[in-house]
Structure formats: C-alpha cells, structure tokens
Write a protein that binds this ligand. Structure first.
Ligand code: NDP
Length: 334
C-alpha cells in the first residue's frame, strides 16, 4: 500500500538548531545500523521508517557499512525511500558516513580522499539519492593527514554530493583542528557524532566546549547503550534482543547480574519521573545544551514511539542526577 505521511507529523516532535547553523534536527533521530540489513524483514524496517516520519523524525542516519552484509541498510533504505519517501525528500535529513572497512585493498577503509569520495558515490547509488544531507568522516584516521580528509569532505560538499559535512568519534583536540581547517576551506563542519550515555561520558570533558567554540551541533549515538539502558534486560536476556542476536557487538556477556541490579535501581528513578528507563536515558543526554539530537536505534516501531515520548519530560532535579551518578558514575575517558 502506498504511504501517505501523517498530516499531524510536526505537532509532537521538538526541533533544535544544530550548533550555529541554519539546520534544525529532530531531538530524536533514527539510526539504521542494526535491524535494516538483509538479515531483517524489510516490512518491519518499512514500518519503522514510516512510523518514525509520522512522529516527526525527519532525520535518518546511515553509513556505508550499516546492515548485514555491509551496505544492505543503505540498499534497503533506498528501496523503501523510492516507494514511500521520494515525494518527501525535502522534508528529510539523510546522512551517511565512511571511515570503516568497506572493500578490500588500500582504498576501502579509513580517511583518504580516494576512499571518501568513492564511498560517498557508492552510498548515493545504493540509496538511489542525488545527494545526502550530511556526509561524515566516521572515525579519525591516524595515518592520513587531517588536511586531506577535511579537503575530501569539503570536495564532497562543493561537488553537490552532500549539503553539510560532519565528523564522528573525533576527540576534542582533533575536533578543534578539523573545525579550523573546514572553516578555512569555506565548509564549516555542521555536526559531531559521538557516543554518549550513562556509561560513556567522555564528551563532558572537553568535547562539548570544543563544539560550542566551533558552533557545531552534536548528535549522540547509542544513548541507550545499544539497548542496555532500556527495560529490555530487566528480567534477563530476551531471545529477540540485540544481545542475543548474531552480527552484533552486544553479547550476553554484557548483561551481568550486577548490571541488572543497577538497571533495576535506575528503572525505579525513571518510574518516579513517570518515564520508562529508555525515556529517562534519552532525556538525560538531551539535558546538555550542546546536544542537538539523541540518535536511537530500534527493532520495532513501538520502541520508537516510546523513545519520542521522552520529550514529555526533559527536566532533571539535582537529586535525580546525583542518584543516577551514584548508580552509574560513568567513564569520562575518551
Ligand atoms: P541505542 O543505544 O538507542 O540502542 C538501540 C536498541 O535499544 C534497539 O535496537 C533496541 O534493542 C533497544 N531499544 C530502543 N528503544 C527502546 C525502547 N523504547 N524500549 C526498549 N528497548 C529499546 O542505539 P544504537 O546502538 O542502535 O545506535 C543508534 C544509531 O547510532 C545507529 O543506528 C547509528 O546510526 C548510530 N551509531 C553511530 C556510530 C558511530 O560510530 N558514529 C556507532 C554506533 C551507532 P533491541 O534491538 O534488542 O530490541
């Protein structure tokens, strides 16, 4: 059946300016790392994308290597885009990235100009798009001059393959250098994509300050620590959960009794706030003024609906924050 987006799709979602740019992003965005590849039913992926857009999620985040096998998330997104979203292209922010292994030989990984431009062209082809809205360098490359990687991003934007450029996983010092190079080239970096959740708090060190200085936005990935910070594991490991599925980085060994004890305590705080644990974890990352959007993943539409409802309560008392810190102090190292 053809898709007609919900006419009320902009009534619920809140949008936030991305750094000092002209672009606003939904405060909850959807990533297609897992559950959109060929190892998952296309109809479920379609239901999630339609349902997300109906909730005002205008931003879908991809990368060359997403899905299993690599590249299939972009291919499946392209299929669904062609059938459902083509007429909504100007309402969508679609991103892709390159930086991890994609094809054999010296030109299919890391951060050379050769790799980034070729990979961007491959991503556009897989998705059937003329351009992506944001193209990222996915991770720092210690062996390629930063000037070369940034010049490649600048070229990708100036040649019309992308509207904006971003970086992911760059620590604060390198972010400052990258931002300075891109400003000089005339393509200011729009956004940084780091991980951030109760466990991983490294961005609170210097990165958020660096983003403020550079006028860059911040979209944080894995705000639920791949699902650990949700109600998913409170009673053990469900058979259909990421920790139990193949082709993922989360394993049953990550779900210890000690962790479940902490999650149970966190869940009590969330309940007292009138939220699910997932909603509290999302609200917590969004409390940082520099964080533009929480980039979630999902295996079913009901999870996306639950996550978006986090926006109903974004305020934390000092007592709540201290109680969360006491349960999980978090790691502040990069
Ligand atoms: P999350 O931390 O949001 O974890 C998503 C998982 O949490 C889901 O698959 C689901 O688990 C569970 N979940 C989500 N919502 C709920 C809910 N309301 N209730 C219960 N469980 C819930 O994010 P991801 O780790 O998936 O990462 C999100 C995106 O970030 C990726 O798709 C990608 O776009 C980006 N990313 C970027 C990286 C980078 O290097 N730049 C690295 C990693 C991710 P289950 O599947 O078990 O149901």
């Amino acid at each position: 059946m053809s898709y007609l987006a919900d006419s009320k799709r902009y009534d619920v979602m809140q949008y936030k300016r991305c750094g000092r740019s002209g672009l606003q992003l939904p405060m909850v965005s959807l990533g297609l790392w897992h559950n959109f590849g060929n190892d998952h039913p296309l109809e479920n992926s379609r239901e999630m994308l339609r349902g997300a857009f109906d909730l005002g999620i205008t931003h879908f985040d991809l990368a060359n290597n997403y899905g299993f096998p690599n590249g299939t998330a972009e291919e499946n997104f392209g299929r669904i885009f062609k059938q459902d979203f083509k007429s909504y292209r100007d309402e969508l922010i679609i991103s892709s990235k390159a930086g991890y292994y994609m094809w054999p030989g010296p030109y299919g990984d890391w951060g050379s100009r050769k790799y980034l431009v070729a990979s961007c062209d491959q991503s556009l082809k897989r998705m059937g798009l003329d351009y992506v809205d944001i193209f990222y360098h996915h991770r720092p490359d210690p062996n390629t001059p930063l000037e070369e990687t940034m010049a490649a991003l600048d070229h990708i934007v100036k040649s019309g393959r992308a509207l904006y450029a971003g970086i992911s996983r760059y620590e604060a010092g390198l972010t400052r250098q990258a931002a300075a190079i891109m400003r000089e080239l005339g393509t200011p970096l729009l956004i940084h994509q780091p991980n951030y959740n109760f466990f991983k708090r490294w961005i609170e060190g210097d990165l958020l300050d660096a983003l403020n200085e550079a006028g860059m936005g911040c979209i944080v990935f894995s705000p639920l620590a791949q699902g650990l910070l949700s109600g998913r594991y409170l009673d053990g490991i469900p058979v259909d959960s990421r920790a139990n599925l193949p082709n993922t980085f989360l394993t049953p060994a990550n779900v210890t009794d000690e962790l479940i004890g902490k999650l149970t305590q966190l869940n009590a705080i969330a309940q007292a706030r009138g939220q699910t644990l997932a909603q509290m974890a999302i609200a917590w990352v969004l409390r940082q003024p520099q964080v533009t959007s929480a980039l979630i993943g999902a295996s079913r539409l009901s999870q996306i609906q639950d996550c978006v409802a986090a926006l109903n309560n974004l305020d934390f008392s000092g007592g709540e924050l201290a109680a969360i810190d006491a349960i999980i102090p978090g790691d502040r190292n990069y």
